[in-house]
Design a protein around this ligand. Sequence first.
Ligand code: ZN
Length: 80
Amino acid sequence: MYDFTCEHCDGTVRERQVDREALRYKGTFVILEQVPVGVCDKCGARYFDASILRRVAEIGRGATPTQRTMEIPVDRYAPA
Ligand SMILES: [Zn+2]
């Protein structure tokens, strides 16, 4: 799915199975689990296959039901 040269350096993008990845969708996030992301073996840049982005868009649009919904705490960064 990956194994191409990184856009940012001369490293190679390798597939890595990630337990949980938050992906941006129109100002919000969709979380996918057990997702094969591409990670550059040199600079660590992350890549997402088109099939992953399609899935995120489907879920973000509400076009497909999800297993569950997580509630995520949000706050402003306010150092003490
Ligand atoms: Zn790289």
